[in-house]
Design a protein around this ligand. Structure first.
Ligand code: HEC
Length: 149
């Protein structure tokens, strides 16, 4: 009887301990998301909104939209690379062809690129969640390799 009680108490304790650890993890990751998002918005307004506009709708056939962009949905690595290195040549967004030069921002750090990506991938129509700096670093290494080849 005593043993059962003891087991019961231990089990309760473990459950509570595990439960609160989960909660801590969740709130840690949502704090990280919020930090990325806030920094990302600031950087977007500084480096991108001149062309793509604050509302992400772009400008006619000159600057493609980010809001509802199917290109973004299908090409996360290419988007991360073009933020750093720019883009040239034809690009099709929602069935429309754009062909203007986009200058990159080569002095952005991988963290800043992850923050901008988190912002543009979770604003307007997009809900992709956090785009982490580790993932961004891996993609950036691959795009510099491609450029050297
Ligand atoms: C000087 C204007 C200009 C600036 C500043 C600029 N872009 Fe672009 N962006 C363009 C143009 C033009 C294209 C199409 C490029 C092409 O034709 O190859 C483009 C393409 C894109 C695309 C892919 C197409 C789409 O609409 O989904 C994304 C994503 C994008 N830009 C994001 C950004 C982000 C993020 C920044 C800020 C770091 C930025 N751009 C800054 C002009 C700009």
């Amino acid at each position: 009887m005593k043993l059962a009680l003891l087991l019961g108490i231990t089990l309760c304790f473990l459950l509570v301990a595990c439960g609160s650890k989960d909660a801590a993890n969740n709130s840690q990751s949502s704090t990280k998301f919020t930090q990325y998002y806030i920094q990302g918005e600031r950087l977007y307004l500084q480096h991108c909104s001149n062309c793509h506009q604050k509302n992400g709708k772009g400008l006619g056939l000159v600057y493609p939209p980010l809001d509802s962009s199917d290109y973004m949905d299908q090409n996360l690595p290419a988007v991360i690379c073009l933020i750093k290195n720019g883009s040239q040549g034809e690009i099709t967004v929602n069935g429309k062809i754009y062909n203007q030069k986009m200058p990159g921002v080569p002095n952005l750090t991988p963290l800043e690129i992850a923050e901008i990506s988190t912002y543009i991938y979770n604003t307007w129509s997009h809900k992709a969640g956090l785009i982490d700096v580790k993932q961004t670093e891996q993609i950036l290494v691959a795009c510099t390799k491609e450029m050297k080849e």
